[in-house]
Design a protein around this ligand. Structure first.
Ligand code: AP5
Ligand code: MG
Length: 192
């Protein structure tokens, strides 16, 4: 298995780049944000619980997302690999992911980190909020809370994988195709 984490702040382009990467490298896309939004759309109890946190721009409790990842990995045992988008987002999630992959004799092969200025993040999310219907894009206070959560709880995840020498940082500003090209170069170097 070849497993990638696409890492970056809210609005850094994880979802946009994930679509291109999974198509090129035939990986299974796992976005905890998308999984949680589909629970909300389905009106499940998990979704209703998660919504309270998401609407305020706060992280959902670790055990909720770890449970979702555990079942996704178990139900995709034949996957060539996974692209994790928006997960892990805390130190606890990172440790748990390493453990879960180890149970399948796999590991994280590369962490691609997208760097985007805060100004640009806010601009992108406010712009998308005009049409996305995502409640957490609708106002600037919630967008700033998401960025704050990222700084307080998620930034440390990069440190966890830096110790293992797995992090490759790329600029997340520029055209979507140019960013994709540089992410592809990083992946190709690890594959070869
Ligand atoms: P999640 O769904 O993961 O959202 P996010 O990380 O806050 O960020 P986005 O998905 O909005 O941005 P992105 O980086 O994917 O960028 P995108 O490609 O969309 O999480 C939502 C919530 O769920 C969290 O707040 C939390 O509550 C909960 N949650 C999720 N995972 C969790 C976890 N593991 N633990 C706990 N809680 C969790 O691009 C953004 C915009 O920019 C788009 O409009 C796009 O078109 C545009 N764009 C992209 N690239 C470019 C470019 N190069 N130039 C110009 N515009 C661009
Ligand atoms: Mg996303």
């Amino acid at each position: 298995m070849f497993n990638v984490i696409l890492f970056g702040a809210p609005g850094s382009g994880k979802g946009t780049q994930s679509q291109k990467i999974v198509e090129k490298y035939h990986l299974k896309h796992v976005s905890t944000g998308d999984l949680l939004r589909s629970e909300i759309a389905g009106g499940t109890q998990l979704g209703m619980e998660a919504k309270k946190f998401m609407d305020g721009g706060l992280l959902v409790p670790d055990e909720v997302v770890i449970g979702m990842i555990d079942s996704t990995i178990n139900s995709n045992k034949d996957a060539k690999g996974f692209l994790f988008d928006g997960f892990p987002r805390t130190a606890v999630q990172a440790e748990k992911l390493d453990e879960l992959l180890e149970q399948h004799n796999a590991e994280i092969n590369i962490v691609l980190a997208l760097e985007v200025s805060e100004e640009e993040l806010v601009k992108r999310l406010l712009e998308r909020g005009k049409t996305s219907g995502r409640s957490d894009d609708a106002d600037e206070t919630v967008i700033r809370s998401r960025i704050e959560e990222y700084r307080k709880k998620t930034a440390v995840v990069a440190g966890h994988y830096q110790q293992l020498n797995k992090v490759k940082t790329s600029p997340g500003e520029g055209t979507i195709d140019a960013i994709f090209a540089s992410l592809s170069t990083e992946i190709d170097q690890v594959i070869s």
